[in-house]
Design a protein around this ligand. Structure first.
Ligand code: VG1
Ligand code: CO
Length: 541
C-alpha cells in the first residue's frame, strides 16, 4: 500500500446527483482518486465498513471500479459488494445497500447523459439508507476536495468481476453478486405478478426500450422471463459503453425509436423506456404519451391496486418544478403532499420518516418507499399492475384521470450549453426583479406572486435555499426557472411551464398550444430567447 500526493484537481462540487464531468476529466490521473478519497474522508473514513459498488456500464465503468476497490482496501474497508461485470442499476444498488445493511455505496453513472470517452462520466455516493448523499454530506465531501493532500491506494492487480463469488483484495473481502436477482425478488413482493402474467397471456403487447443502458438485463428478466411478455419485448437490451451513441434519456425526443413504434401501424398496447442507470422511466400508450407529472398522479390515484399499497398511501412528495397534478389527487384522497427541491436526495428523509410512500419528479423519475432512489422498472410494473387490475388502456386511464381531477398541462423547455456567465446574469437579474413582478400583466396573464424556492425539511429541520425561481400567474398558470446541476458543458437553463385546465371540452389539446399564453408571458418576463441568442429552446419535453 502506498500514499500518493494528489494532483491539483481539487475543489469539485457534486451537483443534483453526484459528481458529473466529461469522461476525459475523470480519466486525468489522480482525479478519480482525489474525489474518492474526499468521499471517504467526508463520511468519516472507511475503516471496518462495507460498501456496495456498481455502475451503468458506460465507458470507464470497470476501470473506475477497480481503482475504487483498491482505494477502499487501502482505506481499511472490510468488504465490498460488487455487481457482476461492474453492473448495477441505481435502484438495484440502492436496494443492495439496504438489504445488506451496508455503510453506503458507490454508483458509477452520469445517468441520462451520453457515454463514451468523449461523453460523460459520473460518481455518486449513496448513504446507508440507500439514498443519495444528503446536502450535509455533499458539503462535507466538497470541503475535503478543497484541502485534500493525499490518497491511499493498494498496490494490487485487477479483480475478476466476471465471476460470481467471494474473493479478496489485501485484507478486504469482495463479493461479486448477480446484479439482477435481489432486485427482481423485491419487485415480486410489491406487485401482483400473477395478474400481470394473465394480462400478457391474454395477448397484451408491450415494447420496452432499454436504450442500450443498464436496465436491459433487468427488464428481460422481469418482463420476458417472469411475466411472459413476448420475446423481443425488450429492445436495445444489451448495455453498451456508449449506449449505441444515443442519449439514454427516456423522453419523446431521445426515445424517438420507441415513440415511432407507439405511434406507428401495429403499435403495441404499452411502451416504456428507461435511462442510463435505470432510475428514470417513460410511459407511453398506443398513441398516448404520459408526462412524468401525470404518471405520478395516476400512480397515486391507483396505487391501492398494487399489493405494496394495499394499506393505502399516507403521503406523496414531488419536486417543486413537477406539476401540481399529484397535489389534486392527494387533496381528493386525503394524502399528505410535500414539495421538495429538485433531486432525489430530498425525498429520503420523508421516506425514512414514513411521511410519504410515493415520490416523483417531472424529469421522468418515479419511485416509492421500497428503496431510496427513483426506480424506472418499478414505475413500469406499477403501470402494468394498474392496467391489469382496471382493464383500461393507457389512453382510457388518462382520459378518466383528467375528467376526475382536471389536467395540468405541462412542458419543460431546456436551453442547453448556454455560456455560464450569461445564464448566471439572467437568473440574478430576474431574481432582483421578482419583488416588482406581482400585479404586472404579461401576454394576457397577471403575475400573482414570484419568489425563490427555499425548502425546510420537516424531519431534520435543515434549510436549503436558492432552489429555483417560481412565478405564479392567474388562470392557474405557473412558470419555474432553474439552472441544471447535472450538465457538463456551460449552463443549462430549465424552464418549466404549467397550467391547470378543468373545462371538460378542453382536456385534449396539444400541450404547447394549451400553454401558449404561459410560454409567451414567461418569455416576455425573462427575455430568455433573445438573451441566450436562441430562436427557442433546444429541447421541449
Ligand atoms: C436532473 C433532473 C432532476 C433529477 C436529476 C438526476 O437534474 O432535472 O429532476 O433528479 O437530473 O436524475 P438537473 O439539475 O439537471 O435539472 V438522474 O436520472 O441523473 O439520477
Ligand atoms: Co438516472
Amino acid at each position: 500500500m502506498k500514499t500518493v500526493l494528489t494532483r491539483p484537481v481539487a475543489g469539485q462540487k457534486a451537483g443534483t446527483s453526484g459528481l458529473r464531468r466529461q469522461t476525459r476529466d475523470f480519466m486525468v490521473p489522480g482525479f478519480l482518486e482525489n474525489y474518492v478519497q474526499s468521499i471517504l474522508n467526508g463520511i468519516g473514513g472507511a475503516a471496518g465498513k462495507t460498501f456496495v459498488i456498481g455502475g451503468d456500464g458506460r465507458y470507464f465503468n470497470q476501470e473506475a471500479i477497480q481503482t475504487i476497490l483498491r482505494m477502499a482496501a487501502a482505506n481499511g474497508a472490510e468488504k465490498m459488494i460488487v455487481g457482476q461485470n461492474g453492473l448495477l442499476s441505481t435502484p438495484a444498488a440502492s436496494h443492495l445497500i439496504r438489504l445488506h445493511g451496508t455503510d453506503g455505496g458507490f454508483i458509477l453513472s452520469a445517468s441520462h447523459n451520453p457515454g463514451g470517452i468523449d461523453a460523460d462520466f459520473g460518481l455518486k455516493f449513496n448513504m446507508p439508507n440507500g439514498g443519495p448523499a444528503t446536502e450535509a454530506v455533499t458539503d462535507a465531501i466538497f470541503a475535503q476536495t478543497t484541502n485534500i493532500s493525499e490518497y491511499y491506494i493498494a498496490e494490487a492487480g485487477d479483480i475478476d468481476l466476471a465471476t460470481l463469488g467471494q474473493t479478496s483484495l489485501a485484507a478486504m473481502q469482495i463479493s461479486v453478486v448477480d446484479p439482477v436477482a435481489d432486485y427482481v425478488a423485491l419487485m415480486q413482493t410489491l406487485f401482483d405478478f400473477d395478474e400481470i402474467r394473465v394480462l400478457f397471456a391474454g395477448g397484451f403487447r408491450m415494447t420496452f426500450d432499454a436504450m442500450h443502458a443498464v436496465t436491459g438485463p433487468y427488464a428481460k428478466a422481469v418482463l420476458e422471463d417472469m411475466l411472459g411478455a413476448a420475446p423481443g419485448t425488450v429492445i436495445n437490451g444489451t448495455p453498451l459503453p456508449d449506449f449505441g451513441g444515443g442519449h439514454p434519456d427516456p423522453n419523446p425526443i431521445w426515445a424517438h425509436e420507441l415513440m415511432g413504434i407507439m405511434t406507428g401501424p401495429g403499435a403495441p398496447d404499452f411502451g416504456a423506456a428507461s435511462d442510463g442507470d435505470g432510475d428514470r422511466n417513460m410511459i407511453v400508450g398506443r398513441g398516448a404519451y404520459v408526462t412524468p407529472s401525470d404518471s405520478l398522479a395516476v400512480i397515486a390515484a391507483n396505487a391501492h391496486l398494487a399489493p405494496a399499497f394495499a394499506d393505502g398511501v399516507v403521503g406523496v412528495a414531488r419536486s417543486m418544478p413537477t406539476s401540481g397534478a399529484v397535489d389534486r389527487v392527494a387533496a381528493a384522497k386525503g394524502m399528505d403532499c410535500f414539495e421538495t427541491p429538485t433531486g432525489w436526495k430530498f425525498f429520503g428523509s420523508l421516506l425514512d420518516a414514513g411521511k410519504v410512500r410515493l415520490c416523483g419528479e417531472e424529469s421522468a423519475g418515479t419511485g416509492a418507499d421500497h428503496l431510496r432512489e427513483k426506480d424506472g422498472l418499478w414505475a413500469v410494473l406499477i403501470w402494468l399492475n394498474i392496467i391489469a387490475k382496471t382493464g383500461k388502456s393507457v389512453s382510457e386511464l388518462m382520459t378518466d384521470h383528467w375528467a376526475a381531477y382536471g389536467r395540468n398541462y405541462y412542458t419543460r423547455h431546456d436551453y442547453e450549453a448556454v455560456e455560464s456567465a450569461t445564464a448566471a446574469t439572467l437568473m440574478q437579474e430576474l431574481e432582483d426583479r421578482l419583488p416588482d413582478l406581482a400585479g404586472q400583466g404579461f401576454a394576457g396573464l397577471t403575475v400573482q406572486s414570484a419568489d425563490v424556492f427555499a425548502y425546510d425539511d420537516p424531519v431534520d429541520g435543515s434549510r436549503t435555499t436558492g432552489q429555483g425561481i417560481r412565478i405564479r400567474f392567474d388562470k392557474d398558470a405557473r412558470a419555474v426557472l432553474r439552472l441544471s446541476g447535472t450538465g457538463t458543458k456551460g449552463a443549462t437553463i430549465r424552464l418549466y411551464l404549467e397550467r391547470l385546465e378543468t373545462r371538460g371540452d378542453k382536456l385534449h389539446l396539444d400541450a404547447q398550444t394549451a400553454l401558449a399564453e404561459v410560454i409567451a408571458a414567461t418569455d416576455e418576463i425573462t427575455g430568455i430567447a433573445a438573451r441566450t441568442g436562441r430562436k427557442g429552446p433546444d429541447v421541449r419535453t
